[in-house]
Design a protein around this ligand. Structure first.
Ligand SMILES: *Cc1c(COP(=O)(O)O)cnc(C)c1O
Length: 359
């Protein structure tokens, strides 16, 4: 960060932004990456790029963060919420096709807890119906999917577009921050324009045009070089960070397995086609009462465990716009999922000891 400041250029798209983008492209085989100020911004760019118009329908899980939905609602889309899987809070891939209408434009799978959705199924449906797939890979850095062809692909490299987050709650952080991944290169040129306030500034600086001006809609989606430099330092430590996070995750999983079974609590499920990037450690209680008791128990001992999303189809903003379908699994996770403390410097053994004493 000091180096970025000393260089005298701290606005966006400088040395550190380009270093990060290139690193991601090379490490995970993303076709083109653009750093953004948040994953929310990257999703908004995706909605502009696939040309969402008022009335277009977008299929997404209800059990997700508001930004997955807001990006498309801002452009007038109608949200069609899919239920979660029985064995995982991610979208129930088998339920997607029945939700498609002539107005459907995109599917937005969310890789919950960094665990892959079954992308072969989703990409097949998208191809059959001519839809775009935007991966909400906010939690999914350094996580992979192995498809039917046996090839292991990084999450974020499969959909037409993908969005990552470097918010401080994620594995790799820059305070606030995100990235748009462009895999379908038909979007590459326009993505840069939207990123740079609707101007062709990027191609001007590459010498491709002799003056730059306003050529399309856009906004200011670039982070400063100070943020990119912070992110670069995180990337230099990615292996170390991931190793430590996996250690925490495995300690929780190994030590709490028996205890969870005795209390009829489900441990996290990782399908065979997915890897674990140790983004979070969650458990699924057998009732909302049990979850409340467990959270209260830990709170009294000074351990902060938290639930997660309130289903978007029951939210104050969207419940009257939802089509009234009941989403049983989504509601179940909203009521019963609990997350344990999870960060690099955590003393997980202390937390495990406390939990094991809960009856
Ligand atoms: C964190 C998160 C976001 C938003 O990321 P920001 O960088 O804070 O905008 C979007 N979707 C999901 C699934 C997330 O977990």
């Amino acid at each position: 960060m000091e180096d970025a400041v000393k260089s005298g250029k701290i606005s966006g798209n400088g040395k550190y932004s380009q270093k990060c983008q290139k690193w991601f492209e090379e490490t995970y085989e993303f076709n083109k990456c653009l750093l953004t100020t948040s994953c929310t911004d990257a999703l908004e760019m995706a909605a502009i790029l696939i040309d969402i118009q008022p009335g277009d329908e977008v299929i997404l899980p209800s059990y997700t963060f508001v930004s997955t939905a807001n990006a498309f609602v801002l452009r007038g889309a109608k949200l069609v919420f899919a239920d979660s899987r029985k064995d995982h809070p991610g979208i129930d891939e088998a339920s997607i096709e029945a939700l498609i209408t002539p107005k459907t434009k995109a599917i937005v799978p969310v890789h919950y807890a960094g665990v892959a959705c079954d992308m072969d199924i989703i990409m097949d449906i998208a191809q059959k119906h001519g839809l775009f797939v935007v991966e909400d890979a906010a939690q999914a850095i350094d996580s992979f999917y192995t498809g039917r062809d046996g090839v292991k692909r990084a999450l974020g490299s499969i959909g037409h577009l993908a969005a990552f987050s470097f918010h401080e709650t994620k594995n790799i952080i820059s305070g606030e921050g995100g990235m748009l991944v462009i895999n379908d290169m038909q979007f590459a040129e326009r993505a840069e324009i939207i990123w740079e306030k609707g101007t062709n500034r990027s191609s001007f600086f590459r010498g491709e045009v002799d003056k730059y001006g306003w050529v399309d809609v856009g906004s200011s989606f670039l982070p400063s070089e100070i943020i990119a430099a912070f992110l670069w330092a995180q990337l230099e430590n990615l292996e170390k960070i991931q190793k430590r996070r996996l250690e925490v995750w495995n300690a929780y999983n190994d030590s709490l397995k028996l205890w969870a079974a005795e209390n009829q609590i489900d441990m996290p499920h990782i399908p065979d086609f997915a890897t674990n990037n140790a983004h979070m450690f969650y458990m699924v209680c057998n009732s909302i009462e049990q979850r409340t008791r467990l959270i209260d128990y830990m709170k009294k001992l000074g351990v902060q465990s938290v639930f997660h999303y309130v289903s978007l189809h029951t939210s104050i903003f969207y419940r009257n716009k939802h089509d009234y379908r009941i989403l049983n699994e989504t509601d179940r996770y909203a009521d019963t999922l609990v997350r344990l403390p999870f960060y690099y410097e955590l003393n997980e053994q202390k937390i495990i000891e406390l939990i094991l004493k809960y009856k």
